[in-house]
Design a protein around this ligand. Structure first.
Ligand code: 6PG
Length: 450
């Protein structure tokens, strides 16, 4: 009997997705370049899965039009596509479920179309656990292609209040763009959490921080990244907290960098995301001196301020990421729906959080979170607490690039004057670049040196 879907690539995510499909009774073929992986999986999970050691047989095992889900690293997609195209028939569908760069996806769509093979870019978030038990899924491309796999995707996705965490994102490479921005915000939120942790670490013992974190994990701060942090903080190896043994150097695979570049390319200010990316880069530079952190117990009220600072920063990070998605969607005519994106991120993915409910609601009515009076009210209420934390961070010598740049972004959007008139005057002074005026229309140049 022919199989309904094939999964190419048996890394951590590919295996988990294949098992998820099989658990939902989809007859699934699997293939991996290193055949031992395929054999191991079949030994462990034979139900509804058939493995192939030969690519041609894998392709032939699938019912037509074939559906092949690629779960390979982004730099392997071109080679795999090259091999597959030779074996596939017209109208077969390749779905790239990896973290591919959206412009590569668009190029691959064009290349496949020349051979009358359909190609769809699809973001998948949730790590191994999500891929196995229900990820958040961001498919894009031709709407008819999406309809063909809609039911499968809805079945294997996470559910929140019975609603599947999957929606058609939009045309072309928009699914991978949205997943990329998801990851950019993931970088910013992880950095934010590490800054709050660093702040607590100078005044509290690990056991005390664990208690504080358990409190964070309830109420408005609740979310996947906060939850896993609570587990991480408790993890011990013999007498040591594992966190104290892990090197202070951050790795990355590219999506945060691509998001940062997209912010620059689309002229959208996303300083929190760029700072988070650069913060990871900085960890690779040799540290030349060790600054002593000022050590002092905090007041009880400080924890409430930290909660406020977290909520404040999170909302501003969302604003930046969604601003980038909205701008790219308008420019490329993807027609993406921001509220639907926030909704499918309520479950399954790394960004899932209670705050995203407010974001999903807000984008039903507003094009920007800062245009929503209730969100603005929340920001104003939490701003004092955020300021107090930032001041103490300076006093304590805490490294917190995301929290400071997030605050600066908000300041930048809430001040009548940002000192920019001086920049314009300087540009005109040395380069006759002209400037605009408040009191008159048009562009002006002044002979400054007269
Ligand atoms: C997800 C994650 C996933 C992966 C990141 C890690 O949504 O499931 O974002 O895609 O964990 O790519 O990225 P870095 O290695 O760049 O931190």
């Amino acid at each position: 009997m022919k199989k309904q879907i094939g999964v190419f690539g048996m890394g951590v995510m590919g295996q988990a997705i294949a098992r998820n499909l099989a658990r939902h009774h989809y007859k699934t073929s699997i293939y991996n370049k290193t055949t031992s992986k395929t054999i191991n999986i079949l030994k462990k999970y034979p139900e509804n899965i058939e493995g192939f050691l030969n690519l041609h047989e894998f392709v032939e095992s699938l019912e037509k039009p074939r559906k092949i889900l690629l779960m390979v690293s982004s730099n392997a997609v071109d080679t795999v596509l090259e091999e597959l195209i030779e074996l596939l028939d017209e109208n077969d569908l390749i779905i790239d479920g990896g973290n591919s760069y959206y412009l590569d996806t668009e190029r691959r769509m064009e290349k496949s179309a020349k051979k009358k093979i359909r190609f769809m870019g699809m973001g998948i978030s949730g790590g191994e656990e999500g891929a196995l038990n229900g990820p958040s899924i961001m498919p894009s491309g031709d709407f008819q292609d999406y309809l063909e796999v809609k039911e499968i995707l809805e079945n294997i996705s996470a559910k929140v209040d019975q609603v599947p965490c999957v929606t058609y994102i939009g045309e072309k490479g928009s699914g991978h763009f949205v997943k990329m921005v998801h990851n950019g915000m993931e970088y910013a939120q992880m950095q934010l959490i590490s800054e709050i942790y660093s702040y607590l670490r100078v005044s509290y013992s690990m056991e005390e921080i664990q208690k504080i974190w358990d409190r964070f994990n309830m109420g408005k701060m609740e979310g996947y990244l906060v939850k896993i942090t609570a587990d991480i903080l408790k993890h011990k190896e013999k007498d040591h907290f594992l966190l104290d043994l892990i090197s202070d150097v951050a790795e990355s695979k590219g999506t945060g960098k691509w998001t940062s570049i997209a912010g620059l390319d689309y002229d959208v200010a996303i300083p929190s995301i760029i700072s988070a990316m650069q913060a990871r880069t900085l960890t690779h530079k040799k540290r030349f001196a060790v600054t002593k952190e000022y050590d002092a117990k905090l007041y009880d009220t400080d924890i409430e301020d930290l909660e406020k600072a977290y909520i404040f920063s999170m909302m501003i990070i969302y604003e930046q990421g969604f601003d980038l998605m909205r701008t790219a969607s308008e420019k490329n005519q993807w027609h993406i729906n921001l509220s639907n994106i926030a909704t499918i991120w309520l479950g399954g993915c790394i960004l899932q959080s209670v705050l995203l409910k407010d974001v999903a609601e807000s984008f039903k009515k507003h094009s920007s979170l800062l245009l929503d009076p209730s969100i603005l009210h929340e920001l104003i209420l939490s701003q004092d607490g955020n300021h107090r934390i930032l001041k103490r961070m300076i006093d304590k010598n805490i490294y917190a690039p995301v929290m400071f740049s997030t605050n600066a972004y908000y300041e930048g959007l809430t001040h009548e004057s940002l000192g920019t008139s001086l920049i314009q005057a300087q540009r005109d002074y040395f380069g006759a670049h002209t400037y605009q005026r408040k009191d008159r229309e048009g562009y002006f140049h002044t002979e400054w040196k007269k």
